[in-house]
Design a protein around this ligand. Sequence first.
Ligand code: PHE
Length: 356
Amino acid sequence: MDDLRDKYLGLIAGATDEPTLEDLRVQAVGKKGEISLKMRELGKMTPEERQTAGPALNALKAEIASALSAKKAALEDVALDERLRGEWLDVTLPGRSRRQGTIHPISQVTEEVTAIFADMGFAVAEGPQIDSDWYNFDALNIPGHHPARAEMDTFYMHRAEGDNRPPHVLRTHTSPVQIRTMEKTGAPIRIIAPGRVYRADYDQTHTPMFHQVEGLAIDRDISMANLKWVLEEFVKAYFEVDDVELRFRASHFPFTEPSAEVDIRCSWEGGTLKVSEGDDWLEILGSGMVHPKVLENAGVNPNDWQGFAFGMGIDRIAMLKYGIPDLRAFFDSDLRWLRNYGFAALDVPTLHGGLS
Ligand code: PHE
């Protein structure tokens, strides 16, 4: 019996996994195990023999059972330790950074412009990007034969064959929003209309899609003086300077009379733009007093009302403020490019729900 004891205690001590341990249990104390068989032999013994062999066998069985369960617990501990080691988490590791979206410079500049004009009481108006010939041209006093049509490199939409109405166009400027707003609300009016416009043109300073912001102020006695003040306030706020000098150059637009193109005094010393110092002039917009015919076309009586309008290139003023040399970069570049010019995700709430 001592042999059995040594054999099994040795095997149990040497077991390295739970299946081996289970095999040993079956071999030793299972129904047909060695110790169970020995117990069955008790029946054939004399009572004297049985008296010593019985308790000894029971004790052996108990000893092996407790050795088995002790070993089982030990193996479970080892397994748990191993698992914990595998699942160990280094909380001091640096976190994995997430990619962060970045606001597009055009969106940011549109927000800035909208906020500045909002401070002066201008609301935001919108119109469609595909518009009729009437809204884009005729209503703005640009008749069919007018050279301005050709100058604008218009994209025309298709008409079905046999449909001889003039085709719709991708709007070439935001000025049709003047007409739509006057029609809808009547005078007085104080709005800006930012959005996309389209012309068939492509080089360093032109892309077939770009952005303008239209301004329109109509009231009983609005004058060029009001236009000048509004633009000065805008340029000062947008370029973050205390003072600015504007130059009104006589110009021509079919929808304004008189018309002026507006330049700002600046210097380009060292390749960077400084607004309101130096001897250079930078053209930023077209403007003028709304032509009486335009008011009339939009249902506003020119005998009672007058006002100014202007149209400014958003992309252009974004390039100037942020020192971006090539307009095309706005529309075919990625996040690295945006970062290069310092655009971070906006942490201020947007003023409007996305414009164009
Ligand atoms: N619509 C003109 C353009 O696209 C700009 C403009 C707007 C000029 C309003 C005068 C008044 O060039």
